[in-house]
Design a protein around this ligand. Structure first.
Ligand code: SF4
Length: 385
């Protein structure tokens, strides 16, 4: 398959792996920001293809994991209302709130629907003018433009029964917060390629200088990730801290201008609460005042549960690179995909789900031990992602 198999090709992977081994002279800890990258690393056993000096830490880029307990409780309260059709990506349905989850609301008769895009929810609003259609707008810079477009179209169509429950996050302030911790082990970042496909990476240049660490915009295939590691380690070994773009086939320097313009037209920057981490200034998006009629928080009563959003889950520690999923005392015991205690065990981008699913290939306690045979030595890679 063109544009896919070439990024999983064994000879190329082995060549880059060997080059990383050749240039590495001392220990380095790198953080892959995106949960999609974490899953690719786990799935393909990429940590095992690295020299023992290089450790990969898992970043805050799982949108389901970072969504706060308060907003999940608000989602549950809205979804339980009889006049509401509540639309969400499937991952959010099983994320535990304070007392329940969206799937339980659905089981109890709530009209909770899984959709694949905010435009699906918009279409529902058009065919159900007698119902209130709410879309759970979660995610990073990648999802924000489509959410903005849905609101823009709803306003143009005069739809008074459509709204967003917004939980949008911005990546650069999270990177800066991680580095502001004097005890952080992170020495370089593999930035999320799909985020930068929207935002570009010009803004990352001053960020890299401020945090004094290299940032490499990196894709999601095995070859992408290993090449990102190589570029990052090369900088670390040379003592530089620049921004480099490994994912040039998808990420232009200036990003996607129409998407950025739509995002900026509808949203403005706000403080944001990251589950397990706390509030980070300037790390969220909210609807601009001229679009406040489409804000579900303004349309429906606010609920406050006041519960601690960690409840023994160490997701915040994991997503700041301080711990690994199997450091959690609940991992694989009280917390499993069938009975999750935290979002990282539910989400398709969650680090705990990755460890659980691919435990034989990537448990952190084995991270630096070279197995007898890696994924690449066992078989040709499958084409599915
Ligand atoms: S194993 Fe479960 S409780 Fe522990 S950090 Fe992961 S999601 Fe949270």
């Amino acid at each position: 398959m063109q544009y896919l198999t070439e990024y999983r090709e064994r000879a190329s992977v082995e060549k880059i792996s060997a080059e990383i081994q050749r240039i590495t002279t001392r220990p380095w800890a790198l953080m892959e920001v995106c949960g999609g990258q974490t899953h690719a690393i786990a799935k393909y056993g990429l940590q095992q293809l690295l020299p023992p000096e290089i450790e990969l830490l898992h970043g805050p880029g799982c949108p389901v994991c970072v969504t706060s307990l308060a907003i999940i409780d608000q989602a549950i309260a809205i979804a339980a209302r009889p006049e509401v059709i509540f639309c969400s990506f499937g991952d959010m349905l099983r994320v535990p709130g304070s007392h329940s989850d969206l799937l339980s609301v659905k089981a109890a008769g709530g009209d909770v629907r899984t959709v694949y895009s905010p435009m699906d929810a918009l279409a529902l609003a058009q065919v159900h003018p007698d119902r209130q259609v709410v879309f759970f707008a979660i995610g990073f810079e990648t999802t924000a433009p489509a959410n903005a477009m849905a609101v823009f179209q709803a306003q143009r169509k005069g739809l008074g029964n459509f709204s967003l429950l917004v939980s949008q996050f911005l990546v650069p302030p999270a990177i800066e917060t991680i580095c502001a911790d004097g005890d952080t082990r992170v020495q370089g970042f593999l930035a999320a390629g799909h985020v930068c496909a929207i935002t570009g990476f010009e803004a990352y240049q001053p960020l890299a200088q401020r945090i004094r660490r290299p940032i490499v915009v990196t894709g999601f295939e095995p070859l992408d990730i290993l090449e990102g590691v190589l570029m990052c380690v090369r900088q670390l070994e040379q003592g530089t801290c620049d921004v480099q773009n490994q994912y040039a086939r998808a990420v232009p320097r200036e990003g996607n201008r129409p998407a950025r313009e739509m995002l900026q037209r509808v949203f403005e920057i706000s403080p944001q609460h990251w589950r397990g981490v706390g509030e980070i200034a300037g790390s969220g998006l909210r609807l601009r005042p001229q679009y406040s009629a489409f804000d579900a928080n303004q349309r429906f009563p606010r609920v406050t549960t006041g519960r601690d959003d960690s409840r023994g889950c160490i997701s915040g520690q994991i997503m700041q690179g301080r711990s690994k999923p199997d450091d959690c005392p609940h991992f694989g015991k009280a917390c499993r995909p069938q009975s999750p205690l935290g979002a990282p065990m539910v989400s398709s981008e969650g680090p705990c789900a990755a460890y659980y699913r691919y435990a034989s290939r990537y448990a952190s306690r084995y991270a630096n031990r070279k197995p007898a045979r890696s994924q690449y030595e066992k078989q040709e890679l499958p084409n599915e992602h």
